[in-house]
Design a protein around this ligand. Structure first.
Ligand SMILES: C[C@@]1(CC(=O)O)c2cc3[nH]c(cc4nc(cc5[nH]c(cc(n2)[C@H]1CCC(=O)O)[C@@](C)(CC(=O)O)[C@@H]5CCC(=O)O)C(CC(=O)O)=C4CCC(=O)O)c(CCC(=O)O)c3CC(=O)O
Ligand SMILES: NC(=O)C1=CN([C@@H]2O[C@H](COP(=O)(O)OP(=O)(O)OC[C@H]3O[C@@H](n4cnc5c(N)ncnc54)[C@H](O)[C@@H]3O)[C@@H](O)[C@H]2O)C=CC1
Length: 193
């Protein structure tokens, strides 16, 4: 059976510059979920036209907007790029320009032109779960996100905070701490071990 070989990483979006090319529906969806997970992300958008709702979301989060057609210079200083225009030629140009500069790029409606995919994301305090279907079914990613949003308890973050505090009280070597941390958390998975 085919399996998902993608490697998820958790980006520090407050230290990175993300460019969204396009200002339509797809741009708005990508922006919405990016900011829902990472309200402190440093985002720039470039497009000749922005949807009013996109502008409202952008204003709330200090998203920089450049009201002009895409130009390769817009890639200067960016780390990650998401192309969402309704012009496949422009999306392809963004992809090629990014590859040339070794920038990670996502062409939202064209999985083969993606170095990375956006995922379904659940955040409960310090805890974050990211979901991918290998680009096969974004709707399933959305449904799984809704499922985990409902079943993960709100106070799961308290558990993480308490364990963080407890670890600080432990003496002994690194190895001793590993043993103690594993002992105290064993009941969480008791039935599955
Ligand atoms: C490959 C990927 C690239 C990328 O965008 O990164 C991609 C691609 C495409 N999306 C399409 C459509 C839809 N996308 C959604 C929703 C989401 N899409 C997201 C991610 C991804 N979408 C990446 C793969 C993720 C994975 O691995 O699973 C989510 C998880 C995250 C986010 O957007 O931030 C977000 C849910 C967020 C949430 O709710 O939590 C819905 C559901 C809905 O709106 O109800 C629909 C309508 C249903 C449908 O049409 O299937 C199409 C078809 C376009 C066409 O017809 O051409 C393509 C292109 C194609 O598949 O070929
Ligand atoms: N809206 C949706 O749910 C879906 C859209 N798609 C596809 O995704 C693409 C984008 O869709 P939408 O966001 O709905 O389109 P849209 O028409 O809402 O937005 C297109 C955006 O691209 C911008 N744009 C056009 N040329 C540009 C350029 N040279 N430089 C920078 N920006 C430029 C426009 O100003 C506009 O902001 C289309 O190809 C569409 O077929 C696919 C599946 C679903």
């Amino acid at each position: 059976m085919e399996r998902n070989n993608l490697y998820p990483i958790f980006l520090k979006t407050s230290q990175l510059h993300i460019l969204i090319v396009g200002g339509g529906y797809v741009a708005e969806e990508k922006l919405h979920f990016l900011l829902k997970s990472s309200p402190d992300a440093r985002v720039t958008m470039v497009a000749p036209f922005f949807r009013p709702e996109t502008s409202r979301i952008a204003d709330r989060h200090q998203v920089r907007r450049i009201k002009e057609p895409y130009h390769p210079e817009h890639l200067d200083g960016q780390h990650l790029v998401i192309a969402t225009t309704d012009d496949p030629q422009v999306n392809l140009q963004v992809y090629n320009d990014c590859r040339q500069r070794h920038l990670l790029v996502n062409v939202a409606d064209n999985p083969p032109l993606c170095d990375f995919y956006m995922g379904g994301i659940v955040t409960k305090g310090h805890v974050k779960v990211a979901i991918s279907t290998n680009g096969k079914s974004p709707t399933t990613a959305k449904r799984l996100r809704q499922f985990f949003e409902a079943i993960l308890p709100e106070d799961i973050s308290l558990l993480v905070q308490n364990l963080h505090a407890y670890r600080k009280t432990l003496g002994g070597s690194f190895e001793d701490k590993v043993v103690k941390m594993n002992e105290i958390t064993r009941p969480l998975v008791e039935d599955q071990t």
